[in-house]
Design a protein around this ligand. Sequence first.
Ligand SMILES: [Zn+2]
Length: 159
Amino acid sequence: MSTRQTHHLRVPLLRVLIATYRTQGQRSTDFAFVPEGELVTLAYVCDRDRGNPDGGCGCTRGFADVSSHKVTTTAVVVEQVMTRDDYLRRLRASALDTGLLKPGEDHTDVDDQADELLDLAAGLPIGTVVERRGDLLQVRQWPPRPRACPGFPVKRGQR
Ligand SMILES: [Zn+2]
């Protein structure tokens, strides 16, 4: 009889968007001021660039780092150990930090946008690079196909 114990750890995994350098430069208007791996949300869109994804400001194609608020044009879907509540908290904190949200103010809009991002990420394979064109988020690059296991090469007649 086995005495080995199995531990069933339930780890909350959430598909989220983080900054990536992958595919940077594919568009002439690309930029990446966010270190790879930082959690990002949609950058706030200013009046000047509204409706123009290739505008001079860049906000309409930008994903903003929730901590530094720096911006990048490329994000990738990953799975992180995080609950939806953790995620909402981080995005609310970010909105408070940038002044988009005032202390005590209703954060429904921030939560709705966060849920939209979560829905998008949940529907994409891990490793998918996404870009933003104004209100539209689209796939820029699908993840590489998993390679088939080559197996162990056994040469015939050599044993
Ligand atoms: Zn702008």
